[in-house]
Design a protein. Structure first.
Length: 204
């Protein structure tokens, strides 16, 4: 069985490698602009679109044994969805709004495979609490370039972790791939991390 990640995100690839999954990366080219204001439904819909797009791009023989993973993440503040910043000015504005407050991170997960006979969609939410940020701190962080490809203009796994007071929920949901859901959904169809569940992993 071939496991495929429909994402160019190095963060998601790193998490899957960390868990011992053997997989191929095929980034999705799907149009991610859809009309949906509910964050859970939005990330679930986008995750499924990504997974289906990559699955449908495979040839017929490959689809028979392929399982494709799609994932998407958004941030909300006061119930309003915040995407990735389009400019440094927008990144600074987002971070000023989030400073000293709680934002919520929603990450969706979709599994499509086995010639179209497998399809599951789910999502998870975690709350992230920021410390108060000064304009100098915001400016310095934006200059690193790290906020520009991240929902909410921050990455919890990078240097911005200094400004995170606490999180409630899964850390990996905030990073962009809820590993507990990934393991659960793949286990249901008989896919487990090869490096974890092999004899050599326990050899002396």
């Amino acid at each position: 069985m071939e496991l495929i990640l429909a994402s160019a995100s190095e963060r998601r690839s790193s998490l899957m490698r960390m868990c011992g999954y053997d997989f191929t990366v095929i980034p999705s080219s799907a149009d991610e602009h859809i009309s949906e204001n509910n964050p859970s439904r939005l990330v679930e819909s986008l995750s499924l679109i990504k997974a289906r797009t990559v699955f449908d791009s495979l040839d017929a023989d490959r689809r028979k044994n392929a399982v494709v993973i799609g994932s998407d993440t958004v941030v909300t503040l006061d119930g309003r969805i915040i995407g990735k910043p389009a400019s440094e000015d927008e990144a600074r504005a987002m971070l000023r709004m989030e400073s000293g407050r709680e934002n919520r991170v929603y990450t969706g997960l979709a599994i499509v495979g086995m010639d179209g006979n497998v399809e599951s969609v789910c999502s998870d939410m975690a709350s992230v609490f920021f410390t108060e940020l000064t304009d100098d701190e915001i400016g310095a962080y934006v200059k690193t370039g790290e906020p520009m490809d991240k929902a909410g203009a921050y990455g919890i796994q990078g240097c911005f972790s200094m400004f995170i007071e606490r999180i409630e929920g899964s850390y990996f949901t905030v990073v962009g791939l809820p590993l507990h859901l990934l393991y659960r959904e793949l286990k249901r169809i008989g896919v487990t991390p090869k490096e974890l569940f092999c004899e050599k992993a326990y050899a002396p």
